[in-house]
Design a protein around this ligand. Structure first.
Ligand code: MF3
Ligand code: CO
Ligand code: CO
Length: 274
């Protein structure tokens, strides 16, 4: 069976392991969903400050997604009951919004996925709270560079391993650990679809990238070792060694010549300082 399948907007989305190749309608849908997602993170920037709780960020994120005509994909997703993920300091990903107040020196990832007209725009950024130490700031900067170096490799003819290798090489040059337990993913009319997008790997390996493929790249980088531990709540992933972790995420589409970043910030706020 063919690993790749051409799809149209009218097709019923199925999680059947095939890698979907989308046409212009898909690009248009993802552009709109991605821009809504990015504008939600833009609008959150002045709000993600010392003293605010992650539950308040969640409420604001939900409000912004709904005001933009979208609905939060995470709300009710596999039992997750919030509109975004808020991952502070040593939390790697999937932090659950709660009554924890942000404090001076925290670093936090906010990850949003609005569904707009059936398309998923999935993106996350780091926010720095007040006076953040130089080690944490450097981690955040390197993690953003990792994402962009991965995106640079996202073009027809390259393979997923080329994306992974670019990310891993840069992270490890800084003696950071690349998380293996969570990956990027295909998306579109489905939230999580094939292919799996690993963030560490060998060049020339994995699925070939073809025009019309939509997927996220979302490296999680730790100051310490890559190993992750799940908390009792079944969602929150933390670094085993309690070292700080950072993540950035974009949703992209492979074009004839390279890729389009659907979730680029309309306000130019892709990375801190905002
Ligand atoms: N947005 C996350 C991702 O990048 C997924 C969150 S699923 C949730 O894939 F249920 F934890 F919200
Ligand atoms: Co994602
Ligand atoms: Co996400």
């Amino acid at each position: 069976m063919n690993q790749y399948v051409n799809v149209t907007n009218a097709d019923t989305p199925m999680r059947d392991g095939t890698i979907k190749l989308h046409g212009p309608e898909g690009f248009e849908g993802m552009r709109k969903a991605g821009q809504l997602a990015a504008s939600v993170l833009d609008a959150l920037a002045p709000f993600v400050v010392e003293g605010v709780t992650t539950a308040e960020i969640d409420a604001k994120a939900r409000e912004l997604m709904i005001a933009g005509g979208g609905i939060p994909a995470t709300l009710g997703y596999r039992g997750f009951t919030h509109s975004c993920c808020t991952s502070i300091n040593h939390v790697v990903c999937h932090g659950i919004p709660a009554d924890r107040k942000l404090k001076d020196g925290d670093i936090i990832n906010v990850d949003v996925t609005p569904i707009l007209d059936g398309w998923h725009g999935d993106t996350s950024r780091m926010y720095l709270i007040g006076d953040v130490g130089v080690k944490a700031r450097r981690l955040v900067d390197v993690t953003y560079e990792c994402l962009m170096l991965g995106i640079e490799q996202a073009r027809p003819g390259n393979r997923m391993g080329d994306v992974a290798h670019a990310i891993q090489a840069f992270a490890e040059k800084h003696r950071y650990g690349v998380v293996r337990d969570f990956c990027g993913h295909g998306l579109g009319r489905l939230f999580h679809d094939a292919p799996e997008v690993v963030h560490a790997g060998r060049p020339g390996t994995g699925p070939e990238l073809k025009p019309g493929m939509f997927f996220t790249i979302e490296p999680m980088i730790n100051i310490g070792k890559p190993a992750v531990k799940m908390l009792e709540d079944g969602w929150t992933a933390v670094t085993r060694d309690r070292s700080l972790s950072a993540q950035f995420e974009h949703s992209i589409g492979i074009t004839e010549t390279g890729c389009e970043i659907f979730t680029k910030s309309p306000a130019g706020l892709d990375r801190p300082p905002y």
